[in-house]
Write a protein that binds this ligand. Structure first.
Ligand code: ZN
Length: 429
């Protein structure tokens, strides 16, 4: 499929190498922004400036709930959107020859957890051998930088894509998926999309949807000296958390109906990720709330699964002496998203397989992801082949997150060759 002359192919690959140190430094600069939820704005401004210097057309906007709330892919918003900024850089060719492309990445990173458990400060990136360390290094600032530097490699070789290319830096990927959705609703569409998430130099064939919910339990406060007359909200919450283990087992028992997930021991992870409650060690706690994340299988309706969750919890509450008269409140406060399977047989996938093989000298593996991916926005609501394909990493969402430096180099080369072949090339204007 690739028709690039061999000299041009080699020139593009050398061009990636020539700027690779600058690419790593740019990646490190991105990691220095602690772009956790609510703090994404400054990192987006930094990217905006990097795109501006290169002459792209620019679009920067804050996600407005009203613009997306009626879309079927919308997730409930559980926090302030003041800094929920999206940025898109657009390249338009002089003359369109090839097919258009979206290079997408997300700027938000998950919290670090206790910094004392990191070997080095998470937002002070450092390198050790083949590894670049820092929160977000793998997930996914290496990919955000690779999108940009793949295009730089073409221009350094004297060329630019002969089709529109949209470089998207979106937010909200780690909690709702509303950032990628907002970009779609704003009108950004293309013939294919790539998201260089850190998926181990493989192509994601299928992934789960994700639902977030918060369970609020109310108790009855008394002094601990007469605790038996009160109702302990933390004890009641612990009962519901234990019940969710049964829910998880029931959901995983269905895995044989979903062939791409049957190979996993536990494809559906129901994770209690956060808990708070009570006010005083000597008072029976009057309240407890906990936050839960669950996966759902592709093809399952997220809103219907939300009802299944609510029903399960209320049934469990009905069997508890206190909760049966004081039912918990279940709040859906984030991801309410469906999974997807990437349809095989697209031209985009075939091209990725070819350029991957030419750079890595191995066949392109495919994987199933048990985590949320923004690719569902493209796959479910825009009928766009979306290739999630990116570098090797370790410990994303954990301590000492790191990304392989040579892997970044390889996937940048693949992205550059993919873009050159997919879009075609014209000389730099
Ligand atoms: Zn990610």
């Amino acid at each position: 499929m690739p028709t690039l002359p061999i000299e041009l192919r080699d020139a593009i690959l050398q061009s990636v190498d020539a700027a690779f140190e600058a690419q790593l430094q740019f990646t490190e600069a991105l990691v220095r922004f602690p772009s956790t939820r609510g703090q994404e704005g400054t990192c987006q401004d930094f990217l905006f400036e990097a795109y501006r210097k290169r002459g792209y057309s620019l679009d920067r906007w804050r996600i407005e709930a009203d613009d997306i709330a009626n879309h079927p892919g919308f997730s409930p918003i559980g926090h302030d959107y003041d800094q929920a900024i999206n940025v898109v850089a657009t390249h338009r060719p002089r003359q369109q020859i090839g097919r258009s492309l979206i290079l997408n990445g997300h700027v938000d990173v998950v919290p670090t957890g206790p910094k004392t458990l990191w070997d080095a400060p998470p937002f002070e990136p450092h390198r050790d051998g083949d590894w670049l360390y820092g929160r977000g290094a793998g997930d996914m600032k290496a990919g955000l930088a690779a999108n940009l530097f793949a295009l730089d490699a073409l221009s350094r070789a004297g060329f630019q894509p002969a089709a529109p290319v949209y470089v998207q830096s979106v937010t909200e990927e780690e909690c709702t998926g509303n950032g990628a959705l907002s970009a779609l609703v704003r009108g950004y569409q293309a013939d294919a999309a790539i998201i260089p998430e850190p998926v181990g130099e493989a192509l994601v064939r299928a992934n789960v949807g994700v639902i977030w919910f918060r369970v609020h339990v109310r108790g009855y406060p008394v002094h601990v000296a007469s605790a038996s007359s009160g109702a302990n909200a933390i004890d009641a919450a612990a009962y519901l958390m234990q019940a969710l283990k049964t829910f998880e087992a029931e959901r995983n028992a269905k895995k044989s109906e979903f062939p791409r997930f049957a190979e996993f021991e536990k494809p559906i992870n129901v994770n209690v990720g956060k808990i708070e409650g009570g006010d005083w060690a000597s008072s029976v706690p009057a309240w407890c709330s906990f936050d839960v994340r669950t996966g759902i299988y592709p093809g399952e309706d997220a809103k219907e699964q939300a009802r299944v969750i609510e029903d399960f919890l209320q049934r469990a509450a009905g069997q508890h002496p206190f909760l049966s008269n004081n039912p918990p409140e279940v709040e859906f406060n984030g991801f309410l998203t469906e999974g997807y399977e990437l349809k095989p047989g697209s031209d985009a996938e075939a091209l990725l397989a070819t350029v991957h093989e030419s750079v890595l000298q191995t066949a392109l593996p495919e994987i199933t992801s048990l985590a949320y991916l923004d690719a569902r926005v493209f796959a479910l609501y825009a009928d766009t082949p979306c290739l999630v394909y990116g570098p090797n990493s370790d410990n994303i969402h954990g301590f000492n997150e790191r990304v392989s430096i040579e892997s970044i180099r390889r996937i940048t080369k693949t992205l550059a060759l993919f873009t050159a072949n997919w879009c075609g090339l014209e000389s730099v204007s």
